[in-house]
Design a protein around this ligand. Structure first.
Ligand code: SRM
Ligand code: SF4
Length: 556
């Protein structure tokens, strides 16, 4: 058991929170401020939201002696990133009524809405509740949105395997009724026994806990970035079970060498009937052994490294009452979204749209939000979010394909998807400014512009069709998984980034810092030189990431 003495403030808040209720009801009634009370600030996360303020306006408001402009970001829990057209229609209208209007598809296959005023949280969550959506445990020290390979065409077993995202999400959902009482005005629970929680107890997990399911050969979910990475093992078109890997996580803190990104370590294989119990017990080992004093060191990856992989595994097997089998062979050959039309083995059609940095909105170039509403209103396509911030209009019957395609064409969505270059389509940027309180530099507002400046360099060396992965985050927390890119940018200060190289194209190798704290001009000069070397000296089929390792530009 980890040292439980110097508990962090958040640990004390959790235990004293009366199953995550805190003083949320009182906070909501306080009309003097747009914020919630300090204790509740930590608790709202467990209900799927963050209190934020507009960082673009901070200085101006401070000069006018005004309080910060508080608002909330709400993130939905959508295991496997699947919603119905009716649910999308609700998201569209809620976004229009209470938020900035932008629907943001996240790197964990769900959507978030920004800029919601305190008084609008309840109406927002009530609207979502009507269509069966909630934000429970989308944030906080609990199991987060479970992600799974997005593309149904990847395997005839996709639906079956994908279904485990929902099953795991439900098995690890907190039992408290607080969400329903506080936000949906349901009756206060009198018999507290009904919400006893053997998994989370009153202390929850030491930190966020993330689970992903990949279906080889596509590692579209970046499975190894997760606390628990599950790799479906299929033989002769039969699902045998899952390889289990533990201890992935990408966050680090500049200048704190005790923190680091880490890929999950494969520890064995379980047949599918033992999967949920295995994930559950990994969570209990982390619950009982994770660091509850220093939140920077409390993710499962540090618990695994502190205990040692073998000791962690032995403890897990003791709790499970069975041994994990040796891991089975698997191969990833790609890590990408399949843009455009694809047909799955059941005859259904799926169209994957390129959504730049996951921002669904209408702008002068593209009326994507309006187009998606029109498609949802036909009821002919489900909405499947990808972990690369894109969207698949899924499960379209053969007879309906033409109707969906007509709308896609009417709004130039097909042209937009097809015309985007290989680098742009596969790029990822996190939110960063203006809402993320941790951002040191821009990401989603800047990466598209930077790519426009990099594209001529790619053309100069005939690399425009090479899908070099490029990702940007506004700080080292890794929300856009920049440490798993062939070219990663990690924000250090406004307008400055660490340029990271050496990641592979499959998400199986972390990149390393190549140049520290560089500005745009230095980035472009560096890339110009690197692309020149790559185009002249690469081996046949060699990817940019592998080339930078072979050339020893960064260490392996
Ligand atoms: Fe993240 C914190 C946005 C995926 C690692 N992340 C944040 C916060 C909530 C900032 C905060 O703590 O106040 C950001 C909110 C910004 C905003 O205004 O919306 C934020 N993270 C995001 C999203 C929206 C990025 C995006 O543009 O898509 C992603 C939402 C995922 C979801 O739907 O649940 C998002 N975050 C990730 C990922 C990628 C993944 O999970 O595949 C990571 C790296 C993997 C990992 O967890 O290690 C990630 N986010 C972090 C961390 C570092 C955690 C750590 O233990 O190292 C933080 C900071 C923290 O928790 O203290 C963080
Ligand atoms: Fe914010 Fe940093 Fe995450 Fe980007 S990587 S969203 S800047 S916490």
């Amino acid at each position: 058991m980890a040292d439980q003495k110097n508990l962090s403030v958040v640990e004390k808040i959790k235990v004293a929170s009366d199953a995550l209720r805190g003083t949320l009801k009182e906070s909501l009634q306080d009309e003097l401020t747009g914020a919630v009370r300090e204790m509740d600030h930590a608790l709202v996360k467990f209900h799927g939201m963050y209190e934020q303020d507009d960082r673009d306006l901070r200085e101006e408001r401070a000069a006018q002696k005004l309080d910060k402009l508080y608002s909330f970001m709400i993130r939905l829990r959508i295991p496997g990133g699947f919603i119905t057209p009716e649910q999308w229609i609700t998201a569209h209208h809620v976004a229009g009524k209470y938020t900035t209007g932008v629907i943001k598809i996240t790197t964990r296959q769900t959507i978030q809405l920004h800029g919601i005023l305190k008084r609008h949280i309840k109406p927002t969550l009530k609207d979502f509740n009507i269509v069966g959506l909630d934000s429970i445990a989308a944030c906080g020290d609990v199991n987060r949105n479970v992600i799974a390979s997005s593309h149904p065409s990847i395997s005839p077993l996709h639906a079956h395997i994908h279904g485990y995202a929902k099953k795991i999400s439900e098995a690890l959902l907190p039992k408290t009724r607080a969400f329903y009482e506080v936000w949906l005005d349901e009756e206060v629970l009198v018999d507290k026994k009904l919400e006893e929680d053997p998994l989370y107890q009153d202390r929850y997990l030491p930190r966020k806990f993330k689970v992903a399911i990949a279906i080889p050969p596509n590692n579209d979910v970046d499975v190894f970035a997760n606390d628990v990475a599950l790799i479906a093992i299929i033989e002769n078109e039969k699902l045998l079970g899952f390889n289990v890997a533990i201890g992935g996580g990408l966050g680090a803190t500049h200048g704190n060498p005790a923190t680091y990104p880490r890929l999950a370590t494969v520890i064995g294989f379980v047949p599918e009937e033992k999967l949920i119990e295995t994930v559950y017990q990994i969570a209990t080992v982390q619950r009982d052994n994770g660091n509850r004093s220093d939140r920077k060191l409390s993710r499962l990856k540090y618990t695994v490294d502190n205990m040692g992989v073998d000791v962690f595994k032995a403890e897990l097997e003791k709790r499970l009452g069975f041994l994990l089998e040796p891991a089975k062979p698997y191969v990833f050959t790609e890590r990408r979204d399949h843009f455009g039309w694809e047909q799955s083995q059941d005859g259904k059609w799926h169209y994957t749209i390129f959504v730049e940095n996951g921002r669904v909105t209408d702008d002068e170039k593209l009326a994507l939000k309006t187009a998606l509403l029109k498609i949802a209103e036909t009821g002919k396509a489900n909405f499947r979010f990808t972990t690369n911030q894109n969207l698949t209009l899924g499960d379209i019957a053969k007879k309906d394909r033409a109707a969906v395609e007509a709308i896609l064409n009417e709004f130039n969505i097909i042209e937009h998807t097809e015309k985007a270059g290989g680098m742009r389509r596969n790029a990822i940027a996190c939110v960063a400014f203006n809402t993320c309180p941790l951002a040191l530099a821009e990401a989603q507002r800047y990466l598209p512009t930077l790519i426009s400046k990099i594209e001529p360099l790619l053309e100069k060396y005939s690399l425009q069709d090479d899908e070099i992965s490029i990702r940007m985050t506004g700080c080292p927390n890794g929300c856009g998984r920049s440490t798993l890119a062939e070219i990663g940018f990690v924000g250090t200060a406004y307008g400055r980034y660490n340029l990271q190289l050496g990641g592979d194209r499959l998400g199986e190798r972390l990149n390393k810092t190549y140049k520290e704290n560089v500005d745009e001009q230095t980035i472009l000069n560096e890339l110009d030189g690197l692309f020149a070397r790559y185009s002249a000296n690469r081996n046949p089929g060699e990817t940019f990431g592998d080339f930078t390792i072979r050339e020893k530009l960064v260490s392996d």
